[in-house]
Ligand binder design. Structure first.
Ligand SMILES: *Cc1c(COP(=O)(O)O)cnc(C)c1O
Length: 380
């Protein structure tokens, strides 16, 4: 009988990129097999643009709880459990709470999540509730929640798992590794939405480490890398392009903003916690920030769904909105390779999607003639 070779089972970003992460050899890993998300090359949208470019979307909506937050959460919860924590806490616009609830359930510890009243997409709240987190809805926005979480963590035995927890960014930097591992190079431009600004800082750290360099964004490196000298995997790093919703655009205003409003609730943040790190990523890379109105964000969310079959959250679509505009305006030149992070899955927020759908649901008699007519009337 032929002996079958044992398949190696994928078991998440920590085991995949362990050499690049601050995890001790004997640490119990809390994972849900996050990461290894597809890098999808857009086929139809680029044909409509004035310059030939390659656009890849990193579809982070296909992580276990439907957003990139899982990459950071596996690290933050693994470390919290190692340190003996019995409870974690976060402020959240939704996705962090869904992820924290999942990894806490996996670890067998408690999760407390503070969410803004009435501004959370149902698919996110449903996850946090199903997974047994204690959901605390505050009469305030994300920024209020963040302030409260920092205060309460000083007074109660809970570990903060927002992106001010440096382990979060360590986990999230692995998305940059995956992109390079797949493309065999770094993209020329990396486009992503910016809310609390942790993710743009994490990607910059990832690209920098693969280039054999250190950044301010790595809390574990000071003058030299704690992991020792590395041979560079890439010779050049991308320009980091960050996009914000006009109603919550502190990086465009140049200062924190108080009253935020946008349909892209995941980036409805006026006081980004990684302010300095994100500016450093933008400046060091030669990148820039730009802003988009809610109708523009929703238009591109729809465009991605209709033209490419990819359904992402409104906040995620802003990355592609930004890439398209920068190509049209010539800031991104012909021949560029562009990566856009689609941070979360469209199914998180079905209400927003259905509300803006122009195509009505057709209602017809349950008869062959009626169904046939509906088809012939609606052929593309
Ligand atoms: C958290 C989140 C963002 C914003 O990421 P930051 O690291 O806070 O800048 C964007 N999109 C989605 C879907 C998110 O969940």
């Amino acid at each position: 009988m032929a002996t079958k070779k044992k398949q190696s089972v994928y078991s998440g970003i920590i085991s995949k990129y362990r050499d690049w992460l601050p995890v001790k050899a004997d640490t119990r890993i809390i994972s849900l097999c996050e990461g290894r998300t597809p890098l999808i090359k857009l086929e139809n949208i680029p044909k409509t643009l004035p310059a030939p470019v390659e656009i890849y979307v990193k579809f982070e909506g296909l992580n276990p709880t439907g957003s990139f937050k899982d990459r950071g959460m596996t690290m933050a919860v693994t470390q919290a459990v190692r340190e003996g924590a019995r409870a974690i806490i976060c402020a959240s616009t939704g996705n962090t709470s869904a992820s924290a609830a999942a990894y806490a359930a996996r670890a067998g510890i408690a999760a407390f999540v503070l969410i803004p009243e009435g501004k959370i997409a149902l698919g996110k709240l449903a996850q946090a509730m199903m997974k047994g987190a204690v959901v605390i809805q505050i009469q305030g926005n994300f920024d209020d929640g963040m302030r409260l979480v920092k205060e309460v963590a000083k007074a109660a035995p809970v570990t903060i798992v927002n992106s001010i927890n440096p382990y979060r960014l360590q986990g999230q930097k692995t998305a940059a590794f995956e992109i390079v591992d797949e493309l065999g190079r770094a993209p020329d431009f990396h486009c992503l939405p910016v809310g609390n600004a942790g993710n743009i800082s994490a990607y910059w750290t990832g690209y920098s480490e693969y280039a054999g360099m250190h950044t301010k964004a790595c809390a574990f490196c000071t003058d030299s890398c704690v992991y020792g000298d590395r041979t560079a995997h890439i010779s050049q790093r991308p320009k980091m392009l960050g996009y914000q919703a006009s109603g919550a655009a502190p990086f465009l205003r140049g200062h924190m903003v108080d009253n935020t409003e946008t349909v892209a609730t995941a980036i409805r943040i006026g006081h980004p916690q990684s302010w300095d790190l994100a500016w450093a990523a933008s400046r060091e890379s030669g990148g820039w920030f730009a802003e988009f109105s809610d109708p523009e964000i929703l238009r591109v969310q729809k465009l991605l769904a209709e033209r490419e079959g990819i359904f992402c959250e409104p906040a995620s679509a802003i990355a592609v909105a930004g890439a398209i505009q920068d190509i049209e305006q010539g800031r991104i030149p012909a021949g560029s390779v562009i990566a856009c992070t689609l941070t979360g899955h469209g199914l998180k927020d079905p209400d927003t999607a259905i509300k803006q759908s122009s195509a009505p649901v057709l209602k017809v008699d349950a008869k062959l003639e009626s169904v046939k007519k509906a088809i012939l009337d609606n052929m593309k």
